[in-house]
Design a protein around this ligand. Structure first.
Ligand SMILES: [Zn+2]
Ligand SMILES: [Zn+2]
Length: 191
């Protein structure tokens, strides 16, 4: 047998890939025992290179994909935490809402003369002043002092260290409360 590349030379081996007969000069070692021709060796090298590049691209793509996933997860977490914060804030606002409202609607005390009142209200306030004077003197209002509208007596509430007298029907004057006490002798009117 002659070498496939040197027709004048005697072949000694065979290429493990293309099975061509090769002389000593043409045979290249391919691993431990097999032999390969230069053309197959070049082809194999090229294939390996392409395979390596493919692997590297794949690796890179996987890495990019992983990073993308990480970023996505991160942004998801960020969105979730934002919603959570918003939810907590909303919950706090809802829970504290009545208190918040009461801040704006602080009990408005109306002093005598600082609010346009009708005759009946004025009479009731006059009564409270009278009762205030009585409280200061250590006396309590009797049934003779009555609400100008409902004709009911004023309500006396005794506490440990104070005596409070309230108009029986403040709603008839359009108020929430009309009161005077021994400790706070100025009639207090709450809208
Ligand atoms: Zn070959
Ligand atoms: Zn040869």
């Amino acid at each position: 047998m002659k070498c496939a590349y040197h027709p004048d030379k005697e072949a000694t081996t065979q290429c493990s890939q293309c099975k061509k007969y090769l002389c000593n000069e043409c045979s290249l070692p391919d691993g431990e025992i097999s032999v390969i021709c230069s053309r197959c060796a070049a082809l194999k090298a090229a294939q390996d290179a392409v395979y390596d590049v493919g692997k590297q691209i794949e690796k890179k793509e996987t890495r990019i994909e992983t990073e993308k996933l990480k970023k996505k997860r991160k942004s998801m977490m960020w969105i979730i935490s934002q919603w959570l914060i918003l939810f907590i804030c909303t919950a706090i606002i809802i829970i504290q809402f009545p208190r918040l409202i009461s801040c704006f609607k602080a009990e408005k005390q109306i002093r005598h003369g600082s609010y346009s009142t009708d005759d009946r209200t004025d009479q009731c306030i006059k009564n409270l002043w009278l009762i205030s004077k009585m409280l200061q003197e250590g006396k309590l209002p009797g049934d003779n002092i009555v609400c100008p509208v409902s004709k009911k007596p004023y309500v006396v509430t005794k506490t440990e260290d104070d005596v409070m007298v309230k108009a029986p029907n403040p709603g008839l004057y359009g108020f929430k409360e009309m009161r005077v006490s021994k400790k706070n002798p100025v009639p207090t009117i709450i809208k």
